[in-house]
Each structure stands twice: as structure tokens, then as C-alpha cells.
Design a protein around this ligand. Structure first.
Ligand code: XUL
Ligand code: CO
Length: 436
């Protein structure tokens, strides 16, 4: 196959002074920051569905994307050509990982058996491309939301036949992910929720979802797939309400149904803001529960109320994200997957490069800033000092669980009004601005 991006060289690191739009200003893959190479901190991934399959259509207009390597057909041959375009893209960009849905990489057939065999054929090609380039699969997933059969859900469909069909699709997608050496597998339930409560039995639907995931865990063990399962929270869109609405809702669901040990979370920035949270909040909630698994790195428009999946360029955002990742030791199997699309106006192939370069540079800056904040130490010290009354005396007893209401009442009666310290929000914001 001829090159998909013939006029674009491998993207070099040229440093902050460079004016070259096709160069990294901050992302230097092998530069060591906080004890690890940048590429090991981030484990960047290209999202196949956006980079290779998004036509850039929106609810008001058809697609605009120019993708000369793609003949627009649903043939397996076209799907195989796309594989090589994607791997050339990753190679020129210097990204080591990709993520896919089954139906992004291979066309849905007329029957399930045909869909399975299409997927197998393209998986052979993916394996060849992985072997030729050393690129790896961060995670795979199944598209359980595009086909009309899933219009009322997949694992939460009111129809048991649809549930079975979805199970068959997920079974196959896990097997293919395993064959490709995928490091994880994601469940995003776009239609696992409801459009209206007039027709919905929440209890039955959520129980069905749990049963589905238990069977997935059982199958993963059966085939020896060792990577983690991730749940990706999102509050709505396309459904009115999605059961995995945010990190806390996922944690509650996983605990209630005995699934906690088998799942981590794959958090996405735009989903966090749609849920009325910051990504920082979602990451802290997941980290506190020990399930911060992977990240779909994007951002949303503050003024548009839907999932715009834009590339992350906000240095404050990436700084906060990297602060959490540095504190928790960073990714093991997960990484930063650019679940983001170029704008409809940015229709040329080179725009895919600009977008990813910008995201990678934004995270590189975030990492360097977060590392500087941590090395400076004032921020960390302030946060720990704020809780110092729990380090000894009655506070230490509270944390150790060795006191009770009687003793606390006696303490309060004997010690008068508590003397509390200022929260110093503005001082801390100023402190962070010394580094950004
Ligand atoms: C949709 C979304 C998905 C998941 C994978 O909003 O984020 O692409 O990441 O199914
Ligand atoms: Co996502």
C-alpha cells in the first residue's frame, strides 16, 4: 500500500522554541521526568474510531473528513487498508498504543457468524501490523450501541435475545483483544440506561447488566485473559440516563454486585463534565477506591451541552490529571487514550497530526508542571498539615477506630471551642500559578 500520509515525516521533538506545527515542543518520549520516561508515564493511545472512522458528520451535516486511503466502502479489504493507515499514523506520531471497538476495525456482516469472520480477518491484519511496527493494543471493546438491535440497550435490553446477541459479541471481542495481546478490555454502556422511566424496570435492567459482567469475568478467566476490565462512566448521551453515570455510581454498582475485584475505571474528561464533575474529581474518587485504571483523554466545550470529544489542550487540566497520576504511581495496564475527534472544519489528514501533537504536548507540560509542584513540596505539605489534628491524640484514635461517642463527648466538654485554620484556597491557587 502506498503511504497514507505521504507528505508528513516522523514528528520530531524540537523543543519550546520551535515554530514547526508538525513538531513536539514539550513531548520528548525518552526524557525522564519524576523517575520515568515520558512515554512510560503517558502510554498514549490512538482511538481507532475517531482517528480512522469518524467522518466528522454532525446532527446538522454530513461528514467532511478527507481520508484518501479509505474508499468509503464496508468491505473487509478497505478495513485492512485502514489498518495500515492507522499504524503509519501511530508510527509517524510516535504513539505506541491504539484502542478499538470490534465494529471500528471490521464491518458488521449480514449474520453474527459473518461479523465474527470479518473481525477475525481484520484481526489477522492488525496482528501483522503490530508485529511489523511494535505497536500494541491498549484495550479493545465491543460496539453495543450503533446497530438498531441495540436501540433499547444491550445487556440492559428488555429483550433476552438481544442480551444473548450482545454476549456473543462481547465474547468474541474479548477473545480478539486477547489474541492481539490487548492490555485491557473496556465496557462503555452507551445504551445501558433508559430513554424514559415510563417503560423501564431499573432493578431488572441493572441486575441483568451485573449478570452480563459476571459472565464476562468468567469467560475472561476461561480463556486466560489477564488484563483488567474497565468500566467507562458517562451520565447520558445517547441514553437519557446511563447506569454507569459517574465514578461513584460505578463504584456503588460494582460493590453491590460483587464485581469490585474484577474492574477498574476508564475515566473520560468530557464524560466527567457531562456528569457535572471535573475530571480531577473523577480521578480522585477512583484513586481513593484504588480503581484508577485508564483515561480517555479529551475535553468538552464549556458551552455546548454534549460530548464534543475535543483534544485536550488546557494546561491546568493536564496538570491536575498528572498530579493525581504522579501521586498514585501512574498507569500500570492503562494509558491516555485520545478519545477525541478533530473538528468538522478540520477535515484534512494533517489535522489528525496537529490534534494529537497538541494533546501530547499538553500532557508533557502538565507532567513537567505537576512534577515541579511536587518537588517544591509546599502544596503537599499544606494538604497534610491541614489534617494534622488527626496525627496524634484524639484524632489518631478516631482514625484508628479506637474511640467512641462517650469519649468524644468528654473531649469536647473538656476542650471548649475548636480552633480552626483557614482553608487558604486563594493562597493555594496562587501557589499553583507560580508553576503553570
Ligand atoms: C463514547 C465513548 C466511547 C468509549 C468506548 O462517549 O467514550 O467511545 O470510549 O466505547
Ligand atoms: Co471514551
Amino acid at each position: 500500500m502506498s503511504e497514507a500520509f505521504p507528505n508528513i515525516p516522523k514528528i520530531p521533538f524540537e523543543g519550546p522554541q520551535s515554530k514547526n506545527p508538525l513538531a513536539f515542543k514539550h513531548y520528548d518520549a525518552n526524557q525522564v521526568v519524576a523517575g520515568k520516561k515520558m512515554k512510560e508515564h503517558f502510554r498514549f493511545a490512538v482511538a481507532y474510531w475517531h482517528a480512522m472512522r469518524n467522518s466528522l458528520a454532525d446532527p446538522f451535516g454530513v461528514g467532511t473528513a478527507q481520508r484518501p486511503w479509505d474508499d468509503g466502502s464496508d468491505s473487509v479489504d478497505n478495513a485492512k487498508r485502514r489498518v495500515w493507515a492507522c499504524f503509519e499514523f501511530m508510527d509517524k506520531l510516535g504513539v505506541d498504543y491504539y484502542c478499538f471497538h470490534d465494529r471500528d476495525v471490521a464491518p458488521e456482516g449480514k449474520t453474527l457468524a459473518e461479523s465474527h469472520s470479518n473481525l477475525d480477518a481484520v484481526a489477522d491484519e492488525l496482528l501483522k501490523a503490530q508485529q511489523a511496527t511494535g505497536k500494541k493494543l491498549l484495550w479493545g471493546t465491543a460496539c453495543l450501541f450503533a446497530h438498531p438491535r441495540y436501540n433499547q440497550g444491550a445487556a440492559t435490553s428488555p429483550n433476552a435475545h438481544v442480551f444473548a446477541y450482545a454476549a456473543a459479541q462481547v465474547k468474541k471481542a474479548i477473545e480478539v483483544t486477547h489474541r492481539l495481546g490487548g492490555e485491557g478490555y473496556t465496557f462503555w454502556g452507551g445504551r445501558e440506561g433508559y430513554a424514559t422511566l415510563w417503560n423501564t424496570d431499573i432493578k431488572r435492567e441493572v441486575d441483568h447488566l451485573a449478570a452480563f459482567l459476571h459472565m464476562a469475568v468468567e469467560h475472561k478467566k476461561k480463556i486466560g485473559f489477564k488484563g483488567p476490565f474497565y468500566i467507562e462512566p458517562k451520565p447520558r448521551e445517547p441514553s437519557t440516563h446511563q447506569y454507569d453515570s459517574d465514578a461513584a455510581a460505578c463504584l456503588n454498582f460494582l460493590r453491590e454486585h460483587g464485581l469490585m475485584e474484577h474492574f477498574k475505571l476508564n475515566l473520560e474528561t468530557n464524560h466527567a463534565t457531562l456528569a457535572g464533575h471535573s475530571m480531577w474529581h473523577e480521578m480522585e474518587v477512583a484513586a481513593a477506591a484504588g480503581v484508577l485504571g485508564s483515561v480517555d483523554a479529551n475535553t468538552g466545550d464549556e458551552l455546548i451541552g454534549w460530548d464534543t470529544d475535543q483534544f485536550p489542550t488546557d494546561i491546568y487540566l493536564t496538570t491536575k490529571m498528572m498530579l493525581v497520576l504522579l501521586r498514585t504511581g501512574g498507569f500500570t495496564t492503562g494509558g491516555l487514550n485520545f478519545d477525541a475527534k478533530v473538528r468538522r472544519e478540520s477535515f484534512e489528514p494533517v489535522d489528525l497530526f496537529h490534534a494529537h501533537i497538541g494533546g501530547m504536548d499538553a500532557f508533557a507540560r502538565g507532567l513537567k508542571i505537576a512534577d515541579a509542584i511536587r518537588r517544591d513540596g509546599r502544596w503537599d505539605q499544606f494538604r497534610s498539615a491541614r489534617y494534622s489534628t488527626f496525627d496524634s491524640g484524639i484524632g489518631a484514635k478516631i482514625e484508628a477506630g479506637t474511640t467512641n461517642f462517650e469519649e468524644l463527648e468528654a473531649f469536647a466538654l473538656a476542650n471548649g471551642e475548636p480552633v480552626i485554620a483557614s482553608g487558604r484556597q486563594e493562597m493555594l491557587e496562587n501557589l499553583i500559578n507560580e508553576f503553570v
